[in-house]
Design a protein around this ligand. Structure first.
Ligand code: ADP
Ligand code: MG
Length: 297
């Protein structure tokens, strides 16, 4: 490992806000042929908003949202922030006791005790693993939300499913152009996300990535697995991400690129950090590295 913070292509790299970890990185940028792009926070803003609440049990809409917010109060996830904000803006529900015993399972969901009740909010598979039975009607409601392009989470109280909360993220303005730039560099862009397949495919289509180049419903440890699988197939892989859940894949990839707007864990695992949140800087940093290498040689 080379020292953190070494700026290569100094004047230009610094000007562009691109931090390259060491000389070896320049060589790596030349070899890569595949770029895995995280969805949430990389291609999208990562600022979600609740767009709907669908009650499926005995609780009313506001109460489903209030229970979800109580469970999410201890989480830093963008989903959690959106749910808490929406519950605060919906004055209808009766106030709930303060949540206790919060735990979170990255890529799965959150759990907390609210009064005497245990509230779970998260993915269908994760709720299933935690003893919540999903009926066909529950799955249909979830699928409906997902096919409308929403990130959807399920809310259960004392093991009984109470509803679906639908959330939307916004595509970053420059994402489609950024993906086009990667293609012009001869690279194959691939989308990877823990979010559901319909949402992943919708975002992929918007940025010009085909449905065959989408990995969805990927657990955090699965992102590094996906990198490994592509490498086993002969690809030389760059991973672009911003989250704690991207760190193992950033470290595993032949080239890790972190968004500067992301978490420290991601930045520490990466070879290149692009300042701010402009995804177009991914292609720019690869171009800059390749040009710098050509100058040195
Ligand atoms: P991404 O790859 O999009 O950044 P994550 O790995 O953080 O996704 O999360 C994947 C999925 O796990 C989410 O779409 C959601 O279904 C579920 N999940 C993760 N964290 C939470 C949370 N705090 N509350 C509810 N669901 C969550
Ligand atoms: Mg992310």
């Amino acid at each position: 490992a080379t020292p953190i913070g070494l700026l290569v292509g100094t004047g230009r790299g610094a000007q562009l806000g691109i931090l390259i970890r060491g000389p070896q990185v320049l060589e790596d940028t030349r070899r890569i042929d595949t770029v895995l792009l995280d969805k949430t926070g990389t291609l999208t803003e990562g600022r979600l908003a609740v767009v709907g609440v669908h009650p499926l049990g005995s609780l009313a809409e506001d109460s489903v949202l209030a229970h979800a917010a109580a469970a999410e109060a201890g989480s830093e996830h963008p989903i959690a922030r959106a749910v808490v904000d929406a519950a605060e803006a919906a004055p209808g529900a009766a106030p709930l006791p303060a949540p206790r015993g919060f735990t979170s399972s990255p890529g799965g969901g959150v759990r907390a005790q609210v009064g005497a009740a245990v509230v779970l909010a998260g993915k269908a598979e994760w709720l299933g693993e935690n003893g919540v039975d999903l009926t066909g009607a529950h799955r249909a409601a979830l699928l409906e939300a997902q096919e409308a392009g929403s990130t959807a989470i399920l809310v259960a109280v004392d093991g009984r499913l109470e509803g679906v909360v639908s959330l939307r993220d916004t595509l970053k303005e420059g994402s489609a152009a950024a993906v086009g730039r990667l293609r012009r560099l001869g690279l194959r862009p691939v989308l990877i996300t823990g979010d559901n397949l319909p949402v992943a495919r919708a975002v992929a289509a918007e940025v010009g990535i085909g449905p065959g180049d989408v990995f969805a419903d990927v657990r955090p440890e699965g992102k590094a697995e996906a990198v490994r699988a592509l490498q086993a197939g002969g690809a030389v892989v760059a991973m672009v991400g911003d989250g704690v859940n991207d760190a193992p894949a950033l470290a595993r990839a032949d080239l890790g690129i972190a968004m500067g707007s992301g978490t420290d864990v991601a930045i520490e695992a990466a070879d290149i950090t692009v300042m701010g949140s402009d995804v177009n800087q991914v292609g720019q940093s690869i171009e800059l590295s390749r040009r710098t290498l050509a100058t040195i040689k």
